[in-house]
Design a protein around this ligand. Structure first.
Ligand SMILES: NC(=O)c1ccc[n+]([C@@H]2O[C@H](COP(=O)([O-])OP(=O)(O)OC[C@H]3O[C@@H](n4cnc5c(N)ncnc54)[C@H](OP(=O)(O)O)[C@@H]3O)[C@@H](O)[C@H]2O)c1
Length: 253
């Protein structure tokens, strides 16, 4: 699946105008989820935007309590209804917990794909073992694995696995929800390029093989700056410094 290097995370966005503005600025990958309770907001923002539907990649996620097969179908139809769309490009298993039962959950995702309600299947917050297992059960390819990934939690193993398996690693919380601003290495690299730690983090992720990212922003300056981070070119020394930051800080369990 082709995903732009920088998309929009929408967790916490509650104003459709933010979505419309993001699309106007050039965002083409929008990431929502049932649990964010903002699919209606995202759908309204898309409806107001001046963009062809086929230019957008809309992704949503089935929450952990709805992963029994009948609930997968029912809640996906509800998601589509809230989004105001006939189908989404990408549907994720949000977390392999609670009602997740690979032998029952995953065929329900295959069935939605056959029905044309979703284009591709993704998973989120899986271990490599869970990815291996899911790949043997699914008829559909896994096109994307969405996990927490930022300069303070770099996910070397899952990045390597994504390259080998041929799926995209979608890096969530790429700014560590603001913690990147307090990392001396990132501040120094930013200073060198007359940039910011946020842009350095996004440019680092966007430059990695098989990785794309979805920063969340509601502030217009942040929306613009994050998309512009595509243009920031880090050199080898910067990349090595980021890979060597001596901290392991995960936000989500
Ligand atoms: N699959 C999962 O389990 C999972 C879990 C968590 C997140 N996600 C996805 O990943 C997306 C992003 O992660 P996140 O929301 O946790 O955190 P994040 O993107 O790391 O950080 C978002 C925060 O950073 C601020 N910000 C954005 N751009 C900035 C900039 N250029 N300068 C300064 N501050 C900036 C935002 O403020 P403003 O809003 O004020 O602009 C917001 O407070 C989510 O929205 C969601 O779509 C997925």
């Amino acid at each position: 699946m082709e995903l732009p290097p920088i998309g929009l995370g929408t967790m916490g966005i509650d104003d459709p105008e933010t979505i419309t503005r993001a699309i106007d600025l050039g965002y083409r990958h929008l990431d929502t989820a049932q649990i964010y309770e903002n699919e209606r907001v995202v759908g309204e923002g898309i409806a107001r935007a001046d963009v062809d539907r086929d230019e957008l990649t809309v992704a949503t996620k089935v929450w952990a309590d709805s992963l029994a097969p009948e609930d997968v179908r029912r809640t996906t139809l509800e998601s589509l209804d809230r989004l105001g769309l006939d189908s989404v490009e990408l549907l994720y298993v949000h977390r392999p917990i609670e009602a997740y039962d690979p032998e029952r959950t995953l065929p329900a995702f295959d069935a939605l794909r056959e029905e044309g309600l979703i284009e591709e299947v993704g998973v989120s917050n899986f271990t490599t073992e869970q990815l291996e297992e899911a790949r043997t059960i699914l008829d559909s390819p896994i096109v994307a694995h969405q996990v927490e990934c930022h300069p303070l939690y770099r996910q070397r193993g899952l990045r390597e696995y994504a390259r080998e398996a041929g799926h995209v690693l979608v890096a969530y919380s790429p700014l560590a929800q603001g913690a990147v601003f307090d990392v001396p290495e990132l501040r120094e690299i930013a200073e060198k390029h007359d940039s910011t730690p946020a842009a350095v983090s996004l440019a680092w992720l966007a430059g990695l093989e098989s990785v794309v990212t979805i920063p969340k922003a509601s502030d217009e300056d942040h929306l613009e700056a994050n998309l512009a981070a595509r243009e920031l070119e880090l050199d080898e020394e910067d990349v090595t410094r980021i890979e060597k930051i001596d901290r392991e800080e995960k936000l989500f369990e």
